[in-house]
Design a protein around this ligand. Structure first.
Ligand code: AHM
Ligand code: MG
Length: 353
């Protein structure tokens, strides 16, 4: 069987003849590239991949075993918590606890940071994640995802881990990734050395390298934003959106096209492969926008920058924002570098046309 991808890298993967690489093999190969590695980081990535497979299984059978719907609770973000949100949170925490490489966990679905302070914890890593992003899509069979971000614990925090250990700016991430539970399931991650994507082959239960070295196009024709909020936007953003919609005989790209799934992971994944911009701006009701800095914006910004893209708050790179609290939010302008540059120029009033 041939799995062909439409990724920017245009790779083709032949699984029938055995010419494929599993995520496991890939991680081991990369570990060999890092002299002195004790394998802890590799084990952590493998734990995350196992949790992703478990969540994938749960998502696939959700409609059959009463996993759709709300738990009846409201999470720290003041949003209705879905049963699958909670289940995914628990699966990831369980996998990370079992692995022993992590000393602190932060989850979008949990108000406090979760320290893993068992006696023999040698964990050097902090993992922050959004267990199931795009929750409003869960009950209606639309793509959802997981996003994760990995930091090393600062040397002077070893032995007395607190929430402060997690409050590091995005540039200090040692790895970040996401999983899209879509028409197929794909895990994409970076360790700061390019971006690679692995598609889950359910018949053998393995993630296989399907999208090596993903590069995002310099420009695309897609913009993704919740246009229902148009009236609350600042003028620069309104002008930028109107400019993209205008026909221009001298510009083959315009008018641009809107694609908005309402699942950050899925919208960004598509835009990264095809070229595009994802926007979640601030507005008077939420001056910092909706998306969470530590669980959503930072990891996706790291991945997108590693794929040659750009990720901005409108006032500078997302990865340079110093976090104040675990559940901080930030405006997001992220995607193909040429398109993010346009957006920033409109926001600053440097362009009106
Ligand atoms: P969630 O983490 O509660 O699912 O919220 C994040 C989601 C993003 O996936 C998506 O892009 C955005 O919120 C959609 O928000 P809106 O419905 O306001 O457009
Ligand atoms: Mg989310």
């Amino acid at each position: 069987m041939e799995i062909s991808t439409n990724g920017a890298a245009g790779a083709t993967l032949a699984t029938g003849g055995g010419a494929f690489k599993t995520l496991e093999q890939f991680i081991i190969e990369r570990e060999a590239d890092a002299p002195g590695s004790k394998g802890q980081f590799s084990r952590l990535l493998r734990d995350i991949a196992v949790a992703a497979k478990i969540v994938d299984r749960d998502v696939r059978k959700a409609g059959l075993v009463d996993l759709f719907g709300d738990t009846g609770a409201v999470n720290v973000q003041d949003e209705d918590q879905k049963k699958l949100d909670l289940l995914a949170h628990e699966e990831f925490v369980r996998a990370l606890r079992r692995g022993g490489e992590v000393c602190l966990i932060g989850s979008e679905e949990h108000a406090e940071a979760i320290p893993l302070l068992f006696d023999d914890c040698q964990g050097k890593y902090v993992v922050l994640f959004d267990p199931l992003d795009g929750s409003s899509n869960i009950d209606v069979n639309v793509s959802i995802g997981t996003i994760f971000s990995i930091y090393r614990i600062p040397d002077d925090h070893v032995g007395h881990v607190t929430v402060e250990s997690a409050l590091q700016c995005g540039r200090r991430q040692v790895a970040a990734g996401y999983v899209v539970y879509g028409s197929s399931t794909i895990l994409v991650y970076t360790t700061g050395n390019g971006v690679n994507g692995f598609t889950l082959d359910p018949s053998i239960g393995e993630f296989l390298l399907s999208h090596p070295d993903i590069r995002t196009p310099e420009r695309g024709r897609i913009y993704s934003v919740n246009e229902g909020n148009y009236n609350s936007w600042e003028d620069g953003l309104k002008r930028y959106i109107k400019w993209m919609q205008r026909d221009d005989p001298a510009d083959d790209d315009r008018p641009y096209t809107t694609r908005y799934i309402g699942s950050f992971v899925s919208d960004v994944h598509r835009n990264m492969l095809k070229g595009g911009i994802y926007i979640y701006p601030s507005n008077p009701r939420s001056p910092q926008g909706k998306l969470r800095l530590m669980y959503e914006a930072n990891p996706m910004a790291f991945i997108v920058e590693q794929a040659g893209g750009r990720a901005e708050t409108g006032h500078g790179p997302i990865l340079d924002v110093e976090p104040q609290a675990l559940h901080d939010r930030t405006p997001v302008y992220l995607g193909s570098p040429g398109m993010v540059a346009d957006a920033v120029a409109f926001l600053r009033g440097e362009r009106t046309e």
